[in-house]
Design a protein around this ligand. Structure first.
Ligand SMILES: NC(=O)c1ccc[n+]([C@@H]2O[C@H](COP(=O)([O-])OP(=O)(O)OC[C@H]3O[C@@H](n4cnc5c(N)ncnc54)[C@H](OP(=O)(O)O)[C@@H]3O)[C@@H](O)[C@H]2O)c1
Length: 268
């Protein structure tokens, strides 16, 4: 792989692991992070272990479309060859961003959607794009209304799963519209990260009983790193496998409707 890789959420468990793994292979990384102080601390940690690492840091808040636009405006055309849409969140409660989107949907779907679209003209035609999805996608269905849940529709895991399912749908439609792009999905499994603290009374119990059974961030991010490095397109990376997109997710008519609805909502 040549050129710089954008990693969103590079302050997080898997994002930081990905930045370190790529830096260790001599690949330049642009860490796109919500919290610059945290990002500088992660960068300093990686540099202490890999002094030659080429790590740039830029601010990006996926809960703000203005922040997404500002981030992309600062990207020099041709300077980036790959995008890893890694950042994600499971919101603890229902909240609406300044753009009018439910927060989980903004961070996991609308933000990455807009960022990818705006970046496209600045990327090579065969750019590598890896979108981080989740095994929860298989338990939900998607339609246009799901993109804008009402307070009564909200549940932590359900809303998260639908936002990831929407990201999956976007990835497949993106690959159809831009066949030269190498768009892949990565599913990390269940990883011991901040994300699985759902703010419940039983979180401390889960820390002791459940987290030790989960993958480490380093292991969880391996499918995404393979997706980035292998340079194929339209595959689903999970565990050690690189699979065809599972049949349950193939629905071009749905993907096209979700794309159109998103375009209307974001007003690209
Ligand atoms: N952990 C799992 O079991 C699991 C399973 C399936 C899929 N995934 C997916 O894997 C990806 C990485 O998750 P993780 O487990 O490494 O979680 P994590 O440690 O909580 O990292 C999440 C990252 O996303 C960033 N983020 C959150 N809100 C943001 C916003 N508004 N704008 C920009 N960045 C924002 C966080 O930034 P801050 O540091 O500022 O909070 C952090 O860097 C996510 O997409 C997640 O959905 C995780």
């Amino acid at each position: 792989m040549s050129g710089r890789v954008i990693i969103t959420g590079a302050t997080g468990s898997m994002g930081a692991a990905a930045a370190e793994a790529l830096a260790g292979q001599g690949i330049p990384v642009l860490m796109a992070c919500r919290n610059l102080e945290k990002a500088e601390a992660v960068r300093a940690g990686i540099l202490s272990r890999i002094p030659q690492a080429d790590l740039a840091v830029r601010q990006l808040d996926l809960a703000s479309m203005e922040s997404v636009r500002a981030f992309v405006e600062g990207i020099e055309p041709g300077s980036v060859t790959a995008l890893f849409n890694n950042a994600g969140t499971i919101s603890k409660g229902y909240s609406i961003t300044g753009d009018g989107f439910e927060n989980t949907f903004s961070v996991n779907y609308f933000g990455p959607w807009l960022m990818t679209q705006l970046l496209l003209p600045k990327l090579p035609q065969d750019a590598r794009i890896v979108n981080m999805v989740s095994l929860t996608c298989r338990f939900v269905s998607l339609d246009e209304a799901a993109l804008q849940p009402e307070a009564g529709d909200f549940s932590q895991l359900g809303t998260y799963a639908r936002a990831k399912r929407a990201l999956l749908s976007f990835s497949l439609e993106l690959a159809r519209r831009y066949p030269a792009l190498r768009v892949n999905l990565a599913d990390p499994g269940i990883v011991a990260s901040n994300m699985i603290d759902l703010g419940h009374w039983y979180d401390p119990l889960a820390d002791v009983l459940f987290k030790p059974l989960c993958k480490t961030p380093k292991a969880g991010v391996r499918p995404a790193l393979r997706a980035l490095s292998e340079g194929k397109g339209n595959h689903y990376y999970v565990g050690k496998k690189c699979r065809d997109i599972p049949g349950r997710y193939i629905d071009p008519a749905l993907d096209s409707r979700i794309w159109a609805a998103t375009e209307r909502l974001i007003a690209v």
